[in-house]
Design a protein around this ligand. Structure first.
Ligand code: SF4
Length: 623
């Protein structure tokens, strides 16, 4: 310990120097320092503050925001069980207890000898092969009783994680249905060359037709605009869930005033139940980087960022090696593909366990080395994004689609899917199905078709697009995956008739309360009140009052929460309450219960003293 403290300053300085003493790299610096020491020792935080010339309080304030960062020792082995509903269904609680028992440690605490801590974390993006855990940040899927016992032995024997059996860490892609994206067959750089060629075609066609070479030259300079027009013609819409038209976003950014433009890829897929980005990053990283480079060409950006979620930290080295290979192949860097002036490079930022950083403005705050709190909007990132400069933030799948459009054209892409939803959609299918994994379909596929393909039987509900999306029952399985019917960011979680839909909603309520960033009171307090109400019902002490309260909380959150997390936090409860009300009522103490104590009446004296007796001074349910 003394030796580590003695080495602390040079080790911290080396990391800070690698990030050019730039405070916008603070989240990455903290992450790397934590990887160096196992946690963030206070002297390291002091040294970071000194080297970056920022207040110590900013360093600790940022560190305390992210759930994967720790200002206290956490044990040499840090085990975090994925706690999505699908992990629960696969028995993660039993396995966690078994490991804690084997290691003599309480969940959420560090063992007395400082060897190990065992805890829970939100969905790790391994729902198709759960239960899963992270050990020192590395994903370990497909847990069984036997494997958990083996993990316990390895920890007790203090075997370094790097020496654990390699098969423990094998993560499968599980691609079950591939369409134009997952079976694209393109070589690295094809989309960039196609985009550049489009500009050249414009030049030669114009040279033949325009009245002067000057007009033709100006036409050739429209290469990026030709690419932009293709993306607009394709009617590609963002795959992150909101469905904003990508071409319009790119165009607004291209025309915005700024010193520099940025392309940001949002690979922070934190929605429970989704894991498609994991596969795209693992097996199609070139397609993604091609898409980012095409975007940079279209909007005139020279720098890009890949924001990789902390749960996918284990992919970092692989992604970095792809970037390095692309630099060597002149697919990144200066004069890409021999085009003078086409300079673009990509840097990877790794998140640190914050769902709300999936919101684009919060993600930009995190990229700038701050707490990932969503910004007030407008202004939007296309005009005031990273460092207040024009920035596009696109989802992994969106940028991969842009790469396909660069090659095949907007009309080709628009010919796939439905009128308002062009192209294909990758679904992350998990839960009660025989064949979990990725299924890519043209938009317009019915829920029933997906259920048939993945081998789901006796299905009572599907959670489309995760907890912030929509829960539907069997009467709605004829509905279609499309922006005009059921939009989705990709999660498709299936529940058969044996599942208690109240418990599903309770798991999601805990998720939102855990992930609320705490910035605004309605969400910070409201999500905790939702959890309290659901836990009370679970314990058998709930009444109709709790059900009414949750409806009231929904109205408060919709009206006053600062971002989408707060707005959607009640969705899973309201959806299941509407469709599976008996699952709630079975747990209520009494359907007719009314409290014997009149709280509103008891506040009468306070109203008298303050001279207020309007509706807002009463606790009665608002109509
Ligand atoms: Fe943070 Fe929730 Fe407010 Fe969003 S709504 S800013 S997550 S507290």
């Amino acid at each position: 310990m003394t030796e580590a403290i003695a080495d602390l300053e040079p080790r911290v300085r080396r990391i800070v120097t690698r990030w050019d003493h730039d405070p916008t790299g603070l989240v990455q610096i903290l992450r790397e320092v934590q990887e160096e020491f196992g946690y963030l020792p206070p002297p390291a935080a002091v040294e970071i503050a000194r080297l970056l010339r920022i207040p110590y309080s900013r360093v600790t304030g940022v560190a305390s925001f992210y759930s994967f960062m720790a200002l206290q020792p956490r044990g040499a082995y840090r085990v975090l069980f994925s706690d999505n509903i699908t992990d629960r269904m696969a028995g993660n609680e039993r396995l966690l207890e078994a490991l804690c028992h084997r290691l003599w440690v309480e969940p959420g605490k560090v063992s007395e000898d400082g060897l190990v801590s065992v805890g829970r974390t939100s969905c790790t993006g391994l729902c198709d092969q759960g239960p899963a855990l992270l050990v020192n940040g590395i994903a370990l899927p497909a847990l069984t009783d036997e494997r958990v016992q083996n993990i316990g032995e390895l920890i007790l024997a203090r075997v370094p994680v790097a020496d654990w059996p390699a098969e423990f860490f094998v993560v499968h892609d599980n691609v079950r249905r591939a369409d134009v994206m997952l079976a694209h067959g393109l070589k690295p750089g094809d989309p960039i060359r196609a985009a550049l060629q489009r500009g050249t075609q414009g030049w030669s066609e114009r040279a033949a037709n325009e009245r002067s070479w000057r007009e033709a030259y100006v036409g050739a300079a429209q290469g990026p605009i030709a690419t932009l027009e293709e993306v607009k013609r394709s009617n590609l819409r963002g795959r992150g869930g909101a469905g904003f038209t990508t071409g319009i976003k790119w165009e607004a950014c291209r025309h915005a005033t700024g010193l520099e433009r940025y392309v940001v890829c949002n690979a922070d897929e934190g929605e429970p139940g989704t894991f498609k980005d994991r596969v795209l990053l693992t097996s199609h990283a070139d397609l993604l980087f091609d898409g980012m480079t095409v975007a940079a060409y279209a909007i005139g950006a020279s720098r890009g960022f890949l924001y990789l979620r902390g749960e996918y930290r284990y992919l970092l080295e692989q992604v970095e090696s792809v970037l390095e290979r692309r630099r060597e192949a002149n697919l990144l860097g200066a004069g890409i593909c021999g085009q003078p002036g086409f300079d673009f490079d990509i840097r990877v930022h790794v998140g640190a366990g914050s769902y709300v950083c999936g919101e684009e403005s919060a993600l930009i705050e995190s990229l700038e080395g701050k707490r990932g709190v969503p910004r007030n909007r407008p202004p939007y990132p296309v005009t005031n994004g990273y460092k207040q400069q024009p920035t596009i933030v696109n989802n992994v799948e969106t940028l991969c689609a842009a790469a396909l459009i660069a090659v095949h054209g907007g009309d080709w892409y628009r010919g796939l899917g439905t009128l308002k939803s062009s192209g294909t959609k990758i679904l992350s299918v998990a839960g009660d199905v025989a064949r979990p994994g990725l299924y890519e379909y043209p938009f317009g596929v019915t829920i029933r078709q997906v259920l048939d393909d993945c081998g789901a039987v006796n299905t009572q509900a599907v959670q489309v697009s995760g907890p912030s999306g929509m829960c539907i029952d069997a009467t709605e399985f004829g509905r279609r995956i499309a922006f005009e019917d059921l939009p989705t960011a990709g999660a498709f979680t299936v529940f058969d008739a044996s599942r208690d839909m109240f418990e599903v909603a309770r798991n999601y309520a805990h998720f939102f309360a855990h992930e609320s960033c705490g910035f605004c009171t309605p969400c910070r307090v409201g999500t905790s009140m939702l959890v309290a109400a659901m836990d009370k019902i679970h314990a058998g002490n709930g009444t109709q009052h709790e059900l009414r309260e949750m409806n009231r909380l929904n109205r408060v959150l919709l009206m006053s929460a600062h971002c989408g997390l707060g707005h959607t936090a009640c969705n899973p409860i309201l959806d299941t309450l509407k469709r599976f009300r008996p699952a709630y009522e079975r747990k209520l103490r009494s359907l007719e219960f009314t409290p014997s104590f009149d709280v509103d009446g008891a506040l009468g004296r306070a109203r008298q003293m303050t001279g207020r007796d309007d509706a807002g001074a009463h606790l009665e349910e608002q109509k």
